[in-house]
Design a binder for this molecule. Structure first.
Ligand SMILES: O=C(O)c1cccc(C(=O)CC[C@H]2O[C@@H](n3cnc4c(=O)[nH]cnc43)[C@H](O)[C@@H]2O)c1
Length: 230
């Protein structure tokens, strides 16, 4: 197996991709099926939510016989209106827990402000930029920006506005990224998050979710990632 070399990107021989549910896992696998890649890739189930995602990612990393060089949180997600539309791809520029902190009389305080650590984890920036550029060249609509992780999916305009205020430039919202990224960070591994957008972040309207479009976008993103890892 030929390793992937770039001065700014670590050698990537084995990749672990975590999705919340089987439909997302299958979309990622379809994307990877389009051609032989050089990296060995495992697509595993994380469960829904940051806690399940952190625990399952940590367990898989701890018991992997050959280890991994890169961890990816992947699936569908909500897109912030005007920044990430339904059926597009968002590649995270940072992975931020948007509701990890405390409410105060003055408003929300993050764990950073409370002095309990960081609510944001950096991604492997060179690979994220390279993937974003490759998707653009391939004609896949893509945005790069912070993806927020929430415990409760946003269902009102007020919460969407509050999160956008807390995390400037937030493009997308999902429920597992920070958990997967925490496990990767503690294992000393680089991380990415990639989302296909299924719905707008805002007033809840489940009938407006376009899961097929989001899964198709996710599939396209992983076809391209496979090319980038050659
Ligand atoms: O019903 C289906 O066929 C189906 C297929 C694939 C995925 C689902 C999910 O409901 C996945 C839940 C998963 O999606 C993320 N997500 C999507 N939109 C949002 C959002 O607006 N806010 C937060 N999370 C969102 C999240 O990561 C969930 O784990 C259903």
């Amino acid at each position: 197996m030929k390793p992937y070399y770039n001065l700014d990107i670590p050698v990537i021989r084995r990749v672990l991709i975590m999705t919340a549910v089987p439909a997302e896992q299958e979309a990622v696998q379809r994307g990877l099926l389009t051609g032989p890649g050089e990296a060995a890739v495992d697509v595993r189930l994380a469960g829904v939510g940051s806690a399940a995602a952190a625990a399952s990612t940590a367990r898989i990393l701890a018991t992997a016989a050959d280890g991994y060089d890169l961890v990816i949180s992947a699936g569908i997600g909500g897109g912030f209106p005007g920044l990430a539309e339904i059926g597009t791809v968002v590649v995270a520029s940072a992975i931020t827990a948007a509701d990890l902190g405390a409410e105060t009389q003055e408003g929300f305080s993050s764990v950073d402000e409370l002095g309990f650590g960081s609510s944001s984890i950096a991604v492997q920036a060179e690979l994220a930029a390279r993937l974003t550029g490759a998707l653009q060249v391939a004609g896949v609509p893509v945005q790069s920006g912070p993806i927020v992780t929430v415990t409760t999916a946003t269902g009102t305009a007020a919460t969407a506005e509050a999160i956008a205020g807390r995390v400037p430039g937030a493009c997308a919202e999902a429920m597992e990224g920070f958990g997967v990224a925490t496990a990767a960070e503690q294992a000393g591994l680089p991380v990415l998050e990639i989302r296909g957008i299924s719905n707008p972040v805002g007033p809840r309207d489940r009938s407006a979710w376009r899961i097929g479009d989001a899964l198709a976008a996710l599939e396209a993103a992983f076809t391209q990632l496979q090319e980038e890892l050659k």
